[in-house]
Each structure stands twice: as C-alpha cells, then as structure tokens.
Write a protein that binds this ligand. Structure first.
Ligand code: CAA
Length: 696
C-alpha cells in the first residue's frame, strides 16, 4: 500500500510504493520549474536518498504533463533558491537510481530534468523536446551537453536548433527514452521498472559519463558547418540558433563540466538580450489573444458541424482546406461549373503534393476530399452552421450575397465575410440578423498562414465572437479579435508602409534599396517584392485607369508582377528577381511629371519612413479601440506578414527604441512631408509620461 510521507508539501508529494519513492510534481497547469518546485524536488530527492528504506526514486508529473520546463516568468529576475542546473546535477549525483516517468510534455527544463535522471520511461503519446530556441535562449540546464551524449551531435542539432517536440516513440528510437509504458499505467510501469533496476543491480547511468555518441562531432567537425549552411535561411537574423550550435560543438570538444560552464555563459548572454525578451513576450502575447474582456472564457460557443464557403478561388479553396484538415465537412459554392472544377482541382492538387512530400497519408487525401461537397446552388448552404463568404472585394456583390444568405441560412448560423478591408457593419445591415454576422479575415495562402483576424461588428453577438475565435484555434490559427475599420489591423498598417515606400521611390531611392532595407530588418520580403508576388493588377484595369502612377504604367506594359515574369523586377524562369531599368525609367518619368525633388536617403531613413508610420497607425488603432491590446497588433504582424519574431512585433519594437525617439522622428518627417506623419495622441501621451505600449 502507498504510504504518504510528504503530503503537506503542495508542489511535490512523495508516496512510498515498497522500496520505491514516487515523487509527484504538482505545480500549476504545466509544472513549470519555478523556485518552489525546484526547492520541492531538491528536498524530496534528498529525503528519499536519506531514507534507508528507499532503494529507487521515480519522478512523475501530476496533472496534464511531466513539465513544460523553466518558469519563463522568472527570466530576467534575480534568482532565488537552487538553480535548475545545480538541481539537475544533484539529481544525477543521487546514490539511488532515479527514473523519470513522462506523460504529456517534457519540454525544455522538463526534458533536461529527465536527462539528469538515470533512466526514462514514457507513454507513447508523450512529447519531449527542447524548444528554448523559440524563446530566444538555449537549453541552459545541461540540455546542450547531455542530449548529444545520448543521441549524437547530428540529432541533437535537429532537436535543439529546430526546437520542435518529438513523439515518445521517435524519442525511444533515438535512445532518448529507455522504455515505453502503456498509456493507462505509467506510474505502475515506472515503479516496476525502478524495482527491476534495483533487483538486477543495474548501474546508475549518468549521461555525463557517456562519450561514445559525441565522438562523431570530434571526428567530423564539418558536420556543424554543414548544418549551419543548410539552416541559414530559417535562422537568418536569430542569435539563439548559433549559440545552440556552439554549445553542441563544445559538448563534443570539452569535458562535461567545462561544457556546462560554456553553456551557462551562452545562456546568460541570450537571456539578458533583446531578442529573447521579444520572443518571450511573443509567447505570452499569443496566449493573451484568446482573452476578451467582455466575452468570458466560459461563453458557450455555437456548435459548428458543417461549414459553407462561398467562392472556390484561391481564398475560398484555402479556407475550405483548413476545415477539411480538422475533419469538419465543407460545402463549397460557386456560380459557374468551370470555376468550381478549377477550385476543386487546386484543392486536390495541394493535398496530393503534400502527400508526395510524405506529410500526408495518401488515403487521407481521399478522406479530406470526401468531406467536401461542391455545388452551384447557394441554397445548399441551408444546413451549414458557419458560412464564410470569400468572393471578390466588391461591396455590391457582398451585400447581395448577405441579403440572400439571410433568407437561406438556418436560424443561429454564423454568417462570416472574408473581406480584408470592407465594412462588416454595412454587410451585416443587409440581413435581419446582424448579431450573427462577423468578419473572418484569413491571410493568403489561407491553408498555410497562421493568422485569422476575427472582425467584430457593432452588433455581433458575444457567442458569435467566442465561436469564431474558438473555431479559428480549432483549425490551427491564431485568432486575433479586431474592430471594423478600413483594412482592420494588418492591412491598415500595411497601407502606411506602402504609401511611404511609393513616395521614397519617387524621391529617387530605388525599389531594390527599399526592399533590401526591409529584408535586412528581418521581414521575409520588402514592399515591392511583395507587390510583385501579389500581382500589380489587383484592382487595376486598363479602361478605368487614369491616375498614371508607377503601378499603372507598369501594368500598362504588362509588367504585372511575378506571374508575367516582370513587375517592379524582372524575373527569370526560376523566378529569380533582378532590378529592372525599365522600372527605373518609369519611376523617373512619374517623378518628373509630379515635380518630385530627387534626393538620397540613408538606410536608417528608409527604415524609419516605412516602419514608424506603421507604429503610429498601430497607436491610432489602439486609441480607437480597434484592437484590444498592443500585443494583439504585434501578433497580427508576426503571423500575418512575417514580422521578425525576435523584434517582438512593431509595437514592442517601438518600445525598445523608446517612444520619445519615435515621436521626435515622426515630428521631423511631419514637418517635411505633412500630416501622414502626424503623431497619434496616444503616442504623444505615452512618450510624455515616459511609458511604452507595454504599459497600457
Ligand atoms: N513557464 C511559465 N508559464 C508557462 C510555461 C512555462 N514554461 N509554459 C506554459 N506556461 C503557462 C502559459 O502561459 C499558460 O498560462 P495562462 O493559462 O495564464 O495563459 C499556462 O501555463 C498553460 O499553458 P498553455 O495554454 O500553453 O497550455 P497548452 O496545454 O496549450 O500547452 C505547452 C502546453 C505545450 C507545454 C506550452 O505551454 C508550451 O509550449 N510551454 C512552453 C514550453 C517551453 O518553451 N519550455 C522551455 C522553457 S525555457 C527552459 O526550460 C530553459 C532552460 O533550459 C532552463
């Protein structure tokens, strides 16, 4: 019978099962290894070691998981109690075998704890990993030194620099887990495992003592530079990946304790830097988006068993795929057979390509296609719980569709528009059920991009908001709630950047220089590369075009972007871009006609003039209440436009520069270029009070 020896300790409880002490971690939802839990583990391990009746120790997580690692909220604060690396060294030095029993997650410091144990058992559904790199840091409790000793430097590089968790079965195949346990009896299995270790007199396996696997790193040091090259694109701009690689190299080169000291020093550098502060901020900011002050978490959501999508174009197809992927049946509607067939074919081809890459089982292609019903009759949407309109950006057409939907949709169905700019309230007003109308703005390609702007109309019901936010998460998106305004959060701010980029090129800065500066800042591409990719002729037609802007003239010459192999840039057959003299001539002509004075601009000016107006617009969005919090704006920009996560989003970035400085530059540009740069009242106030967006 279990004997409770430490019931009063509320973060680690110890139970005795025969000669095995079972230490159960029970601290918060994820067993984050904060001070109390570290101290609790230390005390429990020492007590078990001191107890002559105990022959072995099992460390197991109570609740949902083993442990999600270090308590991220403690970073940057003075440490109290034993440090995690010291605690782990203490566990490893235990004179009695310690077995980690893993379910749920063992991530970061959680996995490092397991690596300091002498044996590891896990249920097949468990996930283990070292995701620290995603927080701008590295596994700082021996992970970079112990993991390569178990799995070898190559796999360690993948796990630590990649940062993605791996399933327990794959971990067992790598030798990271000693034994898999049945899902329902992890505890009993781990106890039996520990008893076997004792009975068989098996040694205390200390990973620090192993060096068979790291020999490869010494014999073939070139593997590190190969890895660097292979991953250069993914790791561009980030500091942590290189530090991780250096630590794994050190693990192969240095004795264990020196390697640990090297890791510690690298960890300290990263954890006190701006990149890690930004990435930790983003971790919590993502979780904040789900919290809506006047729509409590327990607001009942409407059930969504079938979704209708109007439009089988690029957006409609991509949107449908999200739901099919989540096992939710979709009815897709088009007006013409040909367009419908084209849309269906694209969806199928997308799935088949994914299957060819081995990322989808061939039979799943059919399962997903089997969930899709196609029709030319909009009336077929009568049984849908959520209907998403994804037709052209034309208010007239959208209004027509919504007044029709009002007569077709069943009571309680949610009517959503995928508009990226238009007024949801005006669309809702076409129905007799404006409370059921909402915006669901997906980003292209809709089956890939993580962002979903959920646009709350003036009359949208709270449970409709809750449902849209939740269904977004269910299909793997980050849902961010925004208010009705032209372009909502993302595109409204993008328009600011675009305007200034266009002004800069008329002044004589080349489009290539603007793009280079924005790219070097860390965005995936600059404004002109982006325009070429999207197509310059969106909303343009030869007949109606009168303004003769650079874009108009490019389109007139059939330079419509990548699809015509020419836009701002020229493209070769492999879509490689080269600057175009034709474009430069067109720009010079327009500048002359408009009487724009040509001048030079520094990279710093290009950066400020394209990005500061975005920050200013973000402040206006907050002022107007169109976003709930500054961090929501940052999440929009990171997930919708590829803003570099190590800069934390435009609003966080502005805080790191200092709002008085941003304000001063905006004022200077206002004096030169007019009110497009007029600082928002909120920015003025925060700067005057010595505050940042983080203080709102
Ligand atoms: N520290 C502090 N708080 C944490 C945390 C951590 N490591 N991990 C999760 N939380 C918090 C979340 O913020 C959330 O709080 P709220 O409920 O207040 O919003 C709560 O715990 C539950 O988390 P999730 O909503 O994310 O729960 P989930 O079930 O969806 O996901 C998870 C669980 C996969 C473990 C996810 O929380 C996660 O990825 N956590 C971070 C893992 C990580 O990066 N670990 C490395 C930490 S750094 C480290 O360990 C450094 C070192 O080497 C010393």
């Amino acid at each position: 019978m279990a004997q409770d020896v430490n019931a009063n300790d509320n973060v680690v409880s110890t139970a005795r099962e025969g000669a095995v002490a079972v230490l159960t971690l029970q601290s918060g939802p994820v067993n984050a290894l904060g001070t109390a839990l570290r101290q609790g583990i230390l005390a429990a391990v020492e007590a078990a070691e001191a107890d002559a009746a105990v022959k072995a120790i099992v460390l197991i997580g109570g609740g949902r998981m083993f442990s999600a690692g270090a308590d991220i909220t403690e970073f940057g604060k003075p440490q109290s109690g034993i440090s995690l690396p010291d605690l782990l060294n203490r566990i490893e030095a235990s004179t009695k075998p310690v077995v980690a029993a893993i379910h749920g997650n063992a991530l970061g410091g959680g996995l490092e704890t397991a690596l300091a144990c002498h044996y590891r058992v896990a249920v097949p559904s468990a996930k283990v990993g070292l995701p620290e790199v995603k927080l701008g840091i590295l596994p700082g409790a021996g992970g970079t030194q112990r993991l390569p000793r178990v799995v070898g430097p190559r796999k360690a590089l993948e796990v630590i620099v990649g940062g993605s968790p791996i399933g327990a079965k794959a971990a067992a195949a790598m030798g990271l887990i000693d034994e898999l346990a049945p899902e329902e009896s992890l505890r009993a299995h781990a106890i039996a495992f520990a008893e076997r270790v004792v009975a068989e007199g098996r040694p205390l396996l200390k990973i620090r003592d192993r060096d068979d696997k790291i020999a490869e790193g010494r014999e073939n040091p070139g593997l590190f530079s190969e890895f660097r090259q292979e991953n250069a694109r993914k790791t561009r701009g980030f500091e942590a990946p290189e530090a991780c690689i250096a630590c794994i190299e050190a693990a192969c080169r240095l004795p264990f304790d020196e390697g640990l000291a090297f890791e510690r020093a690298e960890f300290q550098k990263l954890v006190s830097g701006t990149q890690s502060a930004a990435q930790r901020y983003v971790f919590f900011a993502e979780r904040q988006t789900a919290k809506i002050p006047d729509v409590p978490d327990d607001t009942p959501a409407r059930p969504i068993a079938r979704v209708g999508v109007i439009g089988a174009g690029t957006m409609g197809g991509g949107i449908s795929m999200n739901f099919l992927n989540a096992g939710i049946p979709v009815t897709i509607v088009e007006t013409k057979r040909e367009a419908l067939d084209r849309g269906l074919k694209t969806i199928r081809t997308n799935y088949e390509n994914t299957a060819k890459k081995g990322k989808l089982k061939p039979e799943d292609v059919e399962t997903r296609m089997g969930l899709l019903t196609d029709t030319l009759e909009i009336e077929a949407l009568a049984d849908c719980d959520l209907i998403i309109e994804a037709v052209f950006e034309d208010m007239g057409i959208k209004k027509e569709i919504f007044s029709k939907l009002d007569t077709i949709a069943k009571p309680g169905a949610i009517l959503a528009s995928n508009t990226s700019y238009l007024d949801i309230d005006a669309i809702a007003a076409m129905t007799n059920r404006p409370a059921d109308v909402i915006g669901m703005h997906f980003f292209s390609p809709a089956n890939v991009m993580r962002l979903l702007e959920v646009v709350r109309g003036e009359k949208t019901a709270k449970d409709v908001v809750a449902t849209a936010m939740q269904i977004g998460r269910k299909i793997g998106k980050i849902s961010v709630l925004v208010g009705v305004c032209h372009g909502f959060v993302g595109n409204r701010m993008l328009a600011e950047r675009q305007r200034e980029a266009n002004r800069l090129i008329l002044e004589g800065v080349t489009p290539w220089d603007v793009d280079r500066v924005v790219y070097e800042f860390g965005l995936p591409m600059g404004p002109f590369t982006m325009s070429d990719l999207a197509g310059l002729d969106i909303g343009w037609s030869r007949e109606t075009n009168k303004s003769q802007s650079v874009r108009d003239l490019l389109c007139e010459q059939d330079r419509r972007g990548q699809k015509t192999s020419a836009g701002f840039y020229d493209y070769d057959a492999k879509r490689k871009a080269t600057p175009s003299t034709v474009t430069e001539e067109i720009i010079a002509k327009v500048a002359e006609r408009q009487g724009v004075t040509r001048r030079d601009a520094t990279d710093q000016e290009i950066l400020e003039r394209t990005l500061y107006p975005m920050v200013n617009e973000g402040a206006k969005i907050l002022e107007e209440g169109k976003a709930i919090r500054a961090s929501d704006i940052d999440i929009v920009w990171i997930n919708g436009y590829g803003w570099p996560v190590y800069r934390g989003g435009p609003m966080f970035w502005a805080d790191t520069i200092g709002l008085p400085k941003v304000l001063e530059r905006l004022r200077a540009y206002q004096a030169e270029y007019g009110d497009a740069f007029k600082p928002s009242a909120l920015l003025e106030r925060l700067a005057a009070e010595g505050k940042g967006f983080k203080d709102l």
